[in-house]
Design a protein around this ligand. Structure first.
Ligand code: NAD
Length: 519
């Protein structure tokens, strides 16, 4: 069903279509076949950006360029201090162009402008954090292996990294990968989503200005099957860092397995918020609404499953529904908007399909449930479904829209069971004033992040990633640069070796026997 509201989005002030080229081998270039992709603003329904649709040969050229830059270029051999300075300069330039970057992610992705400004500020912090980590990348030494051995463990940049990103946080997710790969001395081929490539391409200009040498970062635009597939399977690529859906993540791993590339995967989530009767409910109600509707629920971390203690369930649902009425859905360019547009009409249909199928299975709509007609673009009302059972599709699958499912529990053991019963394991929160309850849940939940009495807080210092089918590996945190390295052991012998088969020559100068060492 489509509901019509009175609000109408502001007109896009005479915005011209912005055209972009790709960055391959240090040059801005059109695609080899001259094809382009037009991006409609999902909030306004008009074309705002035009990207190159690279054919396979452009992706291959970009990979060859990154390979050349790694094998023969200077970037992997610059000092950590030099790389760190380049990353800091990039951070400053991102900050200086924040409004341009925010506008592109807002208008191409349908995300509220105030929110995207926060994302760009967060990205700047990550680039600075990566710059700091670059200075501390080091190996290990072992001086404890006996008199005649010294072991040194080196950390070397892993080589050419393919970076593939989704549309929901285009600039932020790129920033969780690229600066760390660069800090390690790697060279990269980057492919943003074909729906939101603008800010990644602007970053290409920023990196040139910051002093990243030619060919170290190549940016190729186009579709997943055409460009992404070659980036995940080409023998000249050493590692793939992918964020996106679990389905494409599995395909990525299969492709990469043919040449045994290292793979890092940040995938989907269906994240529970578990609430006990002793929780600070005022604080939780706000977090429930924020967790479910932030970024229109198009968020891997969306708190899309409320798991409420039975004794408080009806009161909590009533209060969440009441607050959901005040969530401002509308034009993402309006600073007052909290929920923007849904990324494509096809995705809106998919979300609506999930709601319809949940209703057929017995779930009840407490609030919303409808597509919204704001005069243009594609919008969905914040939706709450109750009477959801743990085995329903809506309780187990990632909807990736503003849809909150409410489940209930009676015992703590049951809550853990429901929370852990699905294939995803990205994040969760637990709400209780009891320290023991929070810590017990923190240890029992099979997820990469557990928030306690809060939701979706983050920091560059804290590792992020998923258990189970939510991913493989972690981003951010102090080991984030190490992820983009290989380990090499230097095993050094001091003095003469003890021979394996030649007769021992006791008097051979330099020959050390066990007796010598004991003395
Ligand atoms: P998607 O998997 O459709 O696409 C992600 C990227 O992969 C895009 O650049 C796309 O072009 C590319 N791609 C598509 N087919 C490919 C192929 N065959 N080979 C290689 N690359 C291919 O995901 P999406 O719809 O862009 O993003 C939404 C998904 O991303 C959700 O499932 C969400 O949970 C997940 N996500 C996860 C995290 C996290 O950190 N865990 C963060 C954001 C988004």
């Amino acid at each position: 069903m489509v509901m019509t509201l009175e609000i109408r989005p502001t007109a896009l002030a005479d915005a011209p279509v912005r055209g972009f080229e790709m960055l391959i081998d240090g040059r801005w270039t059109a695609g080899a076949e001259g094809r382009t992709i037009d991006r409609n603003a999902p909030s306004h329904g008009i074309v705002v950006s035009r990207y190159q649709a690279a054919p396979r040969m452009d992706a291959e050229r970009a990979i060859a360029s990154a390979r050349k830059a790694f094998d023969h270029g200077r970037w992997p051999h610059t000092t950590a201090s030099q790389r760190s300075r380049v990353l800091l300069k990039a951070a400053d330039l991102i900050e200086a162009r924040a409004e341009d970057l925010a506008y592109l992610d807002c208008i191409e992705g349908g995300k509220p402008i105030t929110q995207v400004r926060g994302e760009i500020a967060g990205a700047v912090d990550i680039w600075r954090y990566a710059a700091a980590l670059a200075r501390d990348l080091h190996g290990e030494s072992y001086n404890s292996l006996g008199q005649n051995t010294l072991g040194v463990v080196l950390r070397e940049g892993i080589g050419v990294v393919s970076i593939i990103t989704p549309w929901n946080f285009p600039f932020l997710i790129l920033s969780q990968k690229l600066p760390f790969a660069l800090a390690a001395g790697c060279t990269c081929v980057v492919k943003p989503s074909e729906l939101t490539s603008g800010s990644t391409l602007v970053l290409g200009e920023i990196l040139e200005e910051a002093g990243v040498p030619d060919s170290v970062v190549n940016i190729v635009t186009g579709t997943g099957p055409e460009v992404g597939a070659i980036m995940t399977s080409h023998p000249a690529v050493d590692m793939v860092s992918f964020t996106g859906s679990t389905g494409v993540g599995k395909l990525t791993m299969t492709n990469a397995a043919q040449t045994l590339k290292k793979v890092s995967l940040e995938l989907g989530g269906k994240n529970p918020q578990i609430v006990f009767p002793d929780a600070d409910l005022d604080s939780f109600i706000d977090a429930a609404v924020f967790g479910a509707y932030f970024n229109a629920g198009e968020c891997c971390n969306a708190g899309s499953r409320l798991i409420l203690h039975k004794s408080i369930a009806s009161d909590v649902v009533k209060r969440v529904a009441e607050l959901a009425k005040y969530v401002k859905v509308g034009d993402p360019l309006d600073p007052a908007t909290q929920v923007g547009a849904i990324i494509t009409p096809q995705h809106l249909e998919k979300i609506a399909g999930y709601v319809a199928s949940a209703k057929n299975s017995g779930a009840k709509v407490v609030h919303g449930g409808d597509q919204l007609d704001l005069g243009m673009g594609h919008f969905m009302s914040p939706t709450i479904l109750e009477a959801v059972m743990p085995d329903m599709e809506i309780a187990r699958e990632e909807v990736f829209g503003p849809v909150l499912s409410v489940l209930t529990f009676e015992t703590a053991a049951e809550a853990v069971e429901i929370a852990n019963s699905i294939d995803y394991g990205l994040s969760a929160s637990v709400w209780s004033r009891d320290f023991d309850t929070c810590l017990t849940f923190g240890r029992s939940l099979r997820v990469g992040t557990v928030w306690m009495n809060t939701f979706m807080d983050g920091a560059s210092e804290l590792p992020f990633g998923g258990y189970k089918q939510s991913g493989l590996g972690r981003e951010l945190g102090r080991r984030a640069v190490e992820d983009y390295t290989e380990t090499k052991t230097l095993n050094m012998h001091i003095g003469g070796r003890t021979n394996w088969w030649m007769p021992r020559q006791e008097n051979w100068p330099g020959q050390r026997t066990d007796r010598d060492l004991a003395e």
